[in-house]
Design a protein around this ligand. Sequence first.
Ligand SMILES: NC(=O)c1ccc[n+]([C@@H]2O[C@H](COP(=O)([O-])OP(=O)(O)OC[C@H]3O[C@@H](n4cnc5c(N)ncnc54)[C@H](O)[C@@H]3O)[C@@H](O)[C@H]2O)c1
Ligand SMILES: O=c1ccn([C@@H]2O[C@H](COP(=O)(O)OP(=O)(O)O[C@H]3O[C@H](CO)[C@@H](O)[C@H](O)[C@H]3O)[C@@H](O)[C@H]2O)c(=O)[nH]1
Length: 328
Amino acid sequence: MAVLVTGGAGYIGSHAVAALLEKGEQVVIVDNLYQGHRDAVLGGKFYEGDLRDGDFLAKVFEENDIDGVIHFAANSLVGESMKDPGKYYHNNVYGTLCLLEQMQKAGVSRIVFSSTAATYGEPERVPIDEYDRTVPTNAYGETKLSMEKMIRWFDVAHGIKFVSLRYFNAAGAHESGKIGEDHSPESHLVPLVLQVALGQREFISVFGDDYATEDGTCIRDYIHVSDLADAHILALERLRQRGDSAIYNLGSGNGYSVKQVIDVSREVTGHPIPAKIEARRAGDPAVLIASSERARKELGWAPKRDKLEAIVKSAWEWHRANPNGYKK
Ligand SMILES: NC(=O)c1ccc[n+]([C@@H]2O[C@H](COP(=O)([O-])OP(=O)(O)OC[C@H]3O[C@@H](n4cnc5c(N)ncnc54)[C@H](O)[C@@H]3O)[C@@H](O)[C@H]2O)c1
Ligand SMILES: O=c1ccn([C@@H]2O[C@H](COP(=O)(O)OP(=O)(O)O[C@H]3O[C@H](CO)[C@@H](O)[C@H](O)[C@H]3O)[C@@H](O)[C@H]2O)c(=O)[nH]1
């Protein structure tokens, strides 16, 4: 039996594939390489193709004995989703519908889904738990919430059991040094800050310093990508043991402002990292911090690398060794 990983050539997906391979799992990967990299896939059987291509996806299910799916494939940028929401509905919502229909046809009844803190919107309180209200402030988060709900109805109607993992901000790289974060264009704070330290950018833009936070910049909960990968293995295990469908937050429980991320990166890299205050980015909530108590209790998950300094160090090692990412 094999695990199908959609988006397994992407940043978090490639780390999950590595973790599955380390566990001795058979892994099948589907990625259209829109953002992913062939070299990020450390093993398993790779198919290049798009989830929305019905014939292609049917063939993947026919050719492999799949017992569960881990679904990463999506577009995931807050800023872009505010400019082009249609792209997000098409790829994220329609792409997930195509996947669920193929799972139903093939009789595959387990899915671990990459959800996000962006489903909550502006929280009423922090840390946020899974019972808090979900009112997304951006189109990306809205599509992820729709995907979660769609999966739940496929459970109700067709018994497709799910674990939706609402991750907060992923950062860092694999300890082997073989895989890390490489998006093109890059829009995430940690890699952009490190690009300044590498001399590839002159300064880091700080999107707004007039939020209702201590230093005026947005606060996020950064979580190491390998800790996220571990949670997928535990979630899959829960489904294999016939556990109920569930939703879990995955974060470290620590909030750091944009300015704090820059300060920690200055310490880690020894570079002054000039910063420029710019306008707010549309769709950004001021503060997102997770309570991951439920994942700790029910999945037995705990982040092993939850200090920002350790996360930034791990990202820095990858970026320093691979200044052009996967490009040779
Ligand atoms: N990076 C984060 O901080 C973060 C936080 C919360 C949730 N998430 C979610 O985790 C998942 C992975 O995020 P990431 O940062 O690794 O993104 P990523 O862009 O690096 O990975 C997504 C992968 O999916 C592939 N893909 C996209 N659409 C596809 C399609 N239609 N068919 C086949 N392949 C397709 C891309 O080529 C890419 O390799 C996403 O679903 C994202 O919404 C990410
Ligand atoms: O050049 C930059 C880039 C980002 N930021 C700020 O840094 C914070 C983090 O931004 P970013 O790294 O782009 O992550 P988010 O927008 O918080 O979104 C990430 O984290 C979400 C979960 O919280 C995921 O769902 C998304 O997929 C993932 O991109 C935000 O306040 C941004 O406004 C800047 O100030 N300057």
